[in-house]
Design a binder for this molecule. Structure first.
Ligand code: PLP
Length: 369
């Protein structure tokens, strides 16, 4: 089967399972904030329309200043990108033909970007599912053999976090070996504490943080992200970037979005309430889940550990087909190395949608246990 490589492609899922699209659809496959996009975006885009008659400022001074101010950094440490995806591919382009360490299961675009730019990849794997812990000893041991490591805070799809001790160990070993540490913070705004690694930038010139405005503000169609790193790194990355990579309408939103702490705080309150609800409901239904750190989680049958890999995968696929039949679309995990279809990933949605999901899962448990 040719599994779709990203979430948010429900049509493909029904085609694969030879099902027709149900009347009502609940899409849990893309990890986007259900509270967004904020209302003011439409008005801002409308008033920015006059700017499409000229090229954007190639250095994006104003939006970079706004990001710098929000992050407490000089604007020389900021580079605007066409979504978090461009940031990933730009780093891989810059480190063309070098060696990369990737810790799976993780976002597939690190591997794709490295392959596209000829990097030699060493794969490692998170340990102890469902907790999915960083294999710190193995990571540190491999840093002498690579030029860059790709990590994520939090990691997609497992929700694994980098705590201060872990990041300190990785940064200090990487520095000794001349290795760059890339941390993708596409979902960092969802974390209840300010868990970004931004404060580490001051003492770590080899740390590169990738950000996305897509997930928090529900704007996957706009394409907005940025990189935070040492001035010298930013300069080298900028030299590889396509001119005018971010369009004027998207760039015009930046000062408003990065200053909007009210929306972020409201989102965090919603997420806290929903993850509490889901944790209780799903454990009660005998499912096993990954930690609820961000706005997504992995789920599998609580008996999977006792089953063979084949049986666990086949049960997850049966559950996937069952949910699709009810118009509920999870993200399959066949394209996440190390998960290989054994888990399903769900976005945290509104209470009403989460309740519908829990009701469908309760029906499934009733049939299968
Ligand atoms: C971990 C991670 N990083 C980056 C991206 C890409 O984000 P953007 O839409 O801003 O390119 C995604 C999108 O799914 C993601 O999951």
């Amino acid at each position: 089967m040719q599994w779709p490589s990203h979430g948010g492609q429900p049509e493909q899922m029904w085609n694969m399972f030879h099902q027709s699209r149900p009347q009502s659809v609940l899409d849990f496959s893309a990890n986007l904030n259900p509270l967004g996009p904020p209302d003011y975006i439409q008005e801002l885009i409308f008033s920015a329309l006059k700017q499409i008659r000229r090229y954007p400022d190639p250095n994006y001074e104003e939006p970079r200043q706004a990001i710098a101010q929000a992050e407490g950094l000089p604007s020389e440490k900021v580079l605007l990108t066409n979504g978090g995806a461009e940031a990933i591919f730009l780093v891989a382009h810059w480190l063309r033909n070098k060696r990369a360490l990737i810790v799976h299961p993780t976002f597939g675009e690190y591997e794709r970007a490295c392959q596209q730019h000829g990097l030699q990849i060493t794969p490692l794997f998170l340990s102890h599912p469902p907790r999915f812990e960083w294999p710190l000893g193995e990571i540190v041991a491999h840093l002498s053999d690579v030029d860059v490591i790709f990590l994520a805070q939090p990691n997609n799809p497992t929700g694994t976090l980098l705590d201060a001790d872990t990041i300190r160990s990785i940064l200090s070993a990487a520095r000794r070996h001349g290795c760059y540490v890339v941390v993708d913070e596409a979902f960092v705004d969802f974390l209840p504490q300010a868990d970004s690694l931004t404060p580490w930038l001051k003492e770590a010139p080899h740390l590169i943080l990738l950000r996305s405005l897509t997930k928090m503000f529900t704007i996957p169609g706009l394409r907005l992200g940025y990189i935070l790193a040492d001035e010298a790194v930013i300069e080298e990355l900028a030299a590889k970037q396509m001119p005018w990579s971010v369009n004027a309408l998207a760039a015009a939103l930046i000062p408003h979005l990065v200053a909007d702490q009210t929306f972020v705080a409201r989102t965090r309150d919603w997420l806290l309430a929903e993850t509490q609800f889901l944790r209780t409901a799903l454990t009660g239904l005998k499912f096993e889940t990954s930690p609820f750190t961000a706005n997504f989680y992995l789920l599998r049958d609580g008996r999977s550990e006792r089953w063979s890999k084949e049986q666990a995968v086949s049960e997850a696929e049966a559950l996937l087909a069952f949910l699709l039949g009810k118009g509920i679309v999870p993200r399959h995990t066949h394209t996440f190395k190390g998960l290989d279809g054994e888990w399903l990933r769900f976005a945290v949605r509104s209470r009403e949608e989460n309740e519908k999901l829990v009701a469908a899962l309760a029906e499934w448990t009733e049939q299968r246990w």
